[in-house]
Every structure is written in C-alpha cells, then in structure tokens.
Write a protein that binds this ligand. Structure first.
Ligand code: IPD
Length: 288
C-alpha cells in the first residue's frame, strides 16, 4: 500500500512509495538470509575478526549474510541505496530510499548458540541517518526460531501475520525492561550505573543481546520497555518501526529522535515514567 508524507496513514497517492510492497521484498530477502544464517549455525561458527575492540566480533556468516542481502536487494531495487553493518553505505541511490541492514543482530548470541539472533532489514526515506530518516517498512526475522516481525509505516506491525500491540498501563514497579550494553568498556560501566539506579524501581531488567529483537519483543509484550545508548542505525532501524507500529513511543531523550545518543521505547505512560527516572539517573550525560 502506498505511503506519502511523515506519519501519514496508508493511502493511495500517485508516485507514492509502495511501502507494503517494500515490506514484502524485505521479508522474502530476510527469510532467505535467516535460513542461511541458521544453516551455517548448524555447521558451527567461529570469530572471523574483531572490530572496535576484542569483544566486538564479526563472523564469516555476518559477511556472507550481508553479501546475500545486498545482492538480492540490488537485483530487485537497483535505484535504492544500501547501508549495512559490515559493508557500510552506498548513499541514498537515485530513488531516495535506503535499505538499512543488520545481517546478524545478536552476533555474540549467534557465536554461543543462544537462540536470539536476527536478520534485520528496514527501508527508510531521506538521509540514511536515524535523526532524519523516515522508516517506511521493516522486517526482523529471528533466525533461530523463524519468527517474522514485520511493520509498515501507518499500517501496523505483525508477528507471523498476527497483529502486535505493546503492553499498556504498566506501572514502573511492574515493568520488565530490556536494555543493552555497547562494546566500549568505559561506556559499559556508565550503562551499568543506569541499570543500578533502575533495578530497585522496576520488576526486573533483561539483557537479551539483540536490540532488533528487544524492540520486536517489546512490540509483542514480552517486555514492557527498552532503552540503550550507543545503538548503531542498523541495530534499531527495523525494530524501532515494529515497536512504534505496535503502539510504542520510540524516541531519544528530551524529545530528540532515537539515535546512537539514546533510544527509549515503551507505551506512552511508561515511556514518561522511565524517561523521568533515566534522566534523573544521568542518562542525558553526553560524555559517555
Ligand atoms: C548488538 C546487539 C546488542 C546491543 C549492542 C549491539 P550486534 O549488535 O544489538 O543487543 O546491546 O549495542 O551492538 O553487534 O550483535 O550486531
């Protein structure tokens, strides 16, 4: 179904983007990549290289999955841009649309065989920067379980075709909150400080190891809220649209758009309560 303009409901406009069609392409490609990822996992996985530091790893399968995804996108959408975790960006293309891809989100889980790793694909309009882009279509496939999360801007979110809705009316002290940690040790210690402040106030904290799945699980009600500093665009591009289309408010702090500075997601009431506590705990300190 076509989409036109920021936040617009799905409607038919000449020349508008067919976001539903893009989601269909994204789903086909993500499912194929997830099958590859799962097959390779059965054969055994090892670290191919490290990135920002020794714990920030890449496997050969991350690269193989991204190569496959890029090739399949290019075959169907030669005018679009590509922005992937392992190979970087190719600009916006001539269409103004960019495919933002994480070939395996949750790479450490993948290495250890913890069944929470996913292929994440989003199609965004405008500059491929989360502070400015408008996400149109998104698919996240848990490669271990085969679950398919999908969203279209203004058209809702589903898991395996079933509509998703975030939990609503959850008070902070009953809220199960997901979070994550980056790979930089100094930032990790600061992130642990935020968790320490929140732990006494919420039901509990989960650290799943895949931000894309955290956001989809939020959409499904498996957790009530999620926050993290330091996410890369490909970590949250698709999951954030799934969560938003399931009724979550997904933003940075103090009204900023979600970005690597901060991403907080929860249903409106819980979002405000968490925002207040996180800022009180120093979450808007930009020195980390
Ligand atoms: C990581 C995961 C993790 C989050 C990290 C990300 P990767 O992505 O999403 O949950 O806490 O910040 O870097 O490295 O597995 O693609």
């Amino acid at each position: 179904m076509p989409v036109d303009g920021p936040g617009a409901a799905v409607r038919s406009v000449p020349g508008a983007v067919d976001a539903e069609g893009l989601a269909g392409i994204a789903e086909r490609i993500a499912v194929r990549a997830a099958e590859l990822v799962a097959r390779r996992r059965r054969d055994g996985v090892s670290v191919a290289a490290t990135k920002s530091n020794p714990v920030d790893i890449v496997t050969a399968v991350d690269r193989e999955s991204e190569d496959l995804i890029r090739e399949l996108i290019l075959a169907e959408r030669p005018s679009d841009g590509f922005f992937g975790e392992e190979s970087g960006g190719s600009g916006t293309g001539t269409s103004g649309l960019t495919w933002v891809v994480d070939p395996i989100d949750g790479t450490v889980n993948y290495l250890y065989g913890i069944p929470d790793y996913a292929v994440s694909i989003a199609v965004v309009r405008g500059e491929p920067d989360p502070r400015r882009w408008e996400a149109l279509a998104a698919v996240v496939v848990n490669a271990a379980t085969g679950e398919v999360f999908r969203a279209v801007r203004g058209g809702g979110a589903t898991r395996d075709g079933v509509p998703l809705r975030v939990n609503s009316g959850v008070p902070v002290d009953r809220a199960l909150i997901g979070t994550g940690f980056g790979y930089d040790p100094r930032r990790r210690v600061w992130q642990a400080g935020l968790v320490r402040e929140l732990l006494a106030e919420v039901r509990d904290i989960r650290r799943l190891g895949s931000a894309a799945l955290d956001l989809c699980y939020l959409a499904q009600g498996r957790i009530d809220g999620f926050f993290e500093r330091g996410l890369q665009p490909w970590d949250h591009a698709a999951g954030a649209l799934v969560a938003a289309e399931a009724g979550a408010r997904v933003e940075g702090l103090n009204g900023a758009p979600a970005s690597s500075d901060f991403l907080l997601a929860a249903e409106e009431g819980l979002f405000s309560a968490l925002h207040e506590r996180l800022v009180a705990a120093g979450a808007d300190d930009t020195s980390f």
